[in-house]
Write a protein that binds this ligand. Structure first.
Ligand SMILES: Cc1cc2nc3c(=O)[nH]c(=O)nc-3n(C[C@H](O)[C@H](O)[C@H](O)COP(=O)(O)OP(=O)(O)OC[C@H]3O[C@@H](n4cnc5c(N)ncnc54)[C@H](O)[C@@H]3O)c2cc1C
Length: 437
């Protein structure tokens, strides 16, 4: 029998109000289970954080979220989410020029791989034959079911890309910088299956970000939970199946425990858990009066000629991120940042955008050494979320290291908890009503 929620007991205690924990809380509550989510920080959201500063919305995730995948459409609580699309294709900077590449739509709706700007030559992204090959390859990938991709041998993404029969110019000048940006992995050591699924999402849709910054997404999830479900400023110091100890509020009892922290914090609370390697990411925000003329497009460094992997004028993609009359340029450095970060980034941005950046004002720089859990081959994107009856773990490190993966891991963990509690999820019986089994 399920017990009523009190301040020192809940049927399920979830540690961590990142999107994985919040997604699990929604599934459990909609099945009638009593849940308490304990969050150490002052706000829910975890890594999906956006800082307010003088009218700017400064996103810690940088200029990218990825393609709008299915979890965003199916996770309860996200009905009000507004996504801002980047313009189709990406700009690649190479040998001193910008090229428009990877616009997967054409006037006839067919897939078109690489297209140069009207005023720009096609090199170094390849001639017509190379572009046609890339277009055909992306078209096949877009149509491939997940099962076919995950049945392929798994190896490092860079090795797999080099063996696809595409020209080195297309791989080095377009696919490599695009995938590095999408995966947060400059060396492309990620599993080739995960890389192919990521490129498939890109070939199927458009890059987008949440309007107002990535914190909007967990903000919506948290706001749609019953009041009092999420308790912020509560740091869990020890946990087992039936209780958790907190720094601020003593001990709380529970019937089941779900660890929804990042991988490092999960391993501290449960020392047997494996900690993955991480890809560190640094995000910088600059402002200037005059926006560089790239429009709402992601700009990639095709030559790896400086610290910036990708950058965008975010005020063009999402005008709500900057006050009127100011441009917001957000840039990402993958891997360890250089010691002279702002100087090195500013010089590189001047080359990428083709405009002086001396008078650009640095608003903020944020480094996260555990930004993206590495997914080397062989990677299992459905790592078990049930450790034993009553003890569960979710988060991007149990799935894919993405927003989609974190949401999906929360959903999988909630299903496992409901099965062990003998409660059928509303999604499972299709009636929308919780059913005790
Ligand atoms: C710079 C950067 C760029 C990224 N870019 C992208 C991208 O472009 N596309 C994409 O899909 N993904 C991207 N990601 C990854 C994405 O943000 C994560 O996959 C996702 O947010 C992970 O959510 P989560 O709930 O699993 O973990 P988290 O967001 O880490 O949430 C865990 C929560 O647990 C809390 N917690 C930890 N320990 C305790 C404790 N002891 N007691 C109580 N609470 C605790 C934390 O405070 C945190 O709120 C990026 C991440 C970063 C950092």
């Amino acid at each position: 029998m399920l017990r009523a929620h009190t301040s020192d007991h809940a049927d399920v205690v979830i540690i961590g109000a990142g999107i994985a924990g919040l997604s699990a809380a929604h599934q459990l509550i909609s099945a009638g289970v009593d849940v308490s989510v304990l969050e150490a920080a002052a706000h829910p959201g975890g890594r999906m954080a956006t800082d307010d500063m003088d009218g700017f919305r400064l996103d810690r995730l940088g200029p990218l979220l990825g393609s709008a995948g299915p979890e965003l459409g199916t996770t309860p609580g996200l009905d009000g989410l507004v996504l801002r699309d980047f313009a189709p294709g990406v700009l690649v900077h190479s040998e001193g020029r910008q090229y428009l590449a990877g616009d997967v739509r054409s006037a006839r709706g067919a897939l078109r791989a690489v297209r140069s700007r009207p005023s720009a030559p096609r090199a170094p992204l390849g001639g017509a034959i190379e572009q046609a090959r890339l277009g055909a390859w992306l078209a096949r990938l877009a149509a491939a079911p997940e099962s076919r991709i995950t049945a392929r041998p798994d190896r490092a993404a860079l090795d797999a890309l080099s063996a696809r029969g595409l020209s080195p110019r297309v791989v080095g000048g377009f696919l490599r910088p695009l995938l590095s940006a999408l995966l947060g992995d400059p060396g492309l050591t990620t599993s080739s299956r995960m890389a192919d699924l990521t490129l498939r999402d890109y070939a199927r849709g458009r890059l987008c970000v949440p309007s107002g910054g990535s914190a909007t997404l967990p903000g919506l999830l948290a706001a749609a939970l019953p009041p009092g479900t999420v308790r912020t400023g509560v740091h869990v110091t020890a946990a087992d199946i039936t209780s958790v100890r907190t720094k601020e509020h003593g001990e709380l009892g529970c019937r089941s425990l779900l660890l929804a922290t990042g991988a490092g914090a999960a391993a501290e609370l449960l020392p047997g858990l494996r900690t993955p390697a991480f890809h560190p990411v640094t995000v910088l925000h600059h402002t200037t009066a005059q926006a560089p003329p790239t429009g709402a497009r992601l700009l990639l460094d095709g030559d790896r000629s400086g610290p910036v992997a990708h950058t965008a004028v975010m005020s063009e993609v999402d005008p709500s991120r900057a006050p009127h009359g100011r441009a917001l340029i957000t840039s990402t450095v993958l891997g360890p940042p250089p010691p002279d970060l702002d100087d090195a980034v500013r010089a590189h941005l001047a080359a990428l955008y083709g405009t002086p950046t001396d008078d650009w004002e640095l608003l903020a720089a944020h480094h996260d050494p555990e930004a993206v859990p590495a997914m080397p081959p062989p990677h299992d994107p459905r790592r078990p979320v049930r450790l034993l009856a009553g003890l569960y773990v979710c988060g991007d490190h149990r799935d894919t290291s993405t927003v989609q993966g974190a949401l999906r891991s929360g959903r999988r963990a909630a299903s496992a908890i409901l099965a062990d509690l003998g409660v059928r999820s509303p999604q499972a019986d299709g009636t929308g009503l919780p059913t005790a089994a």
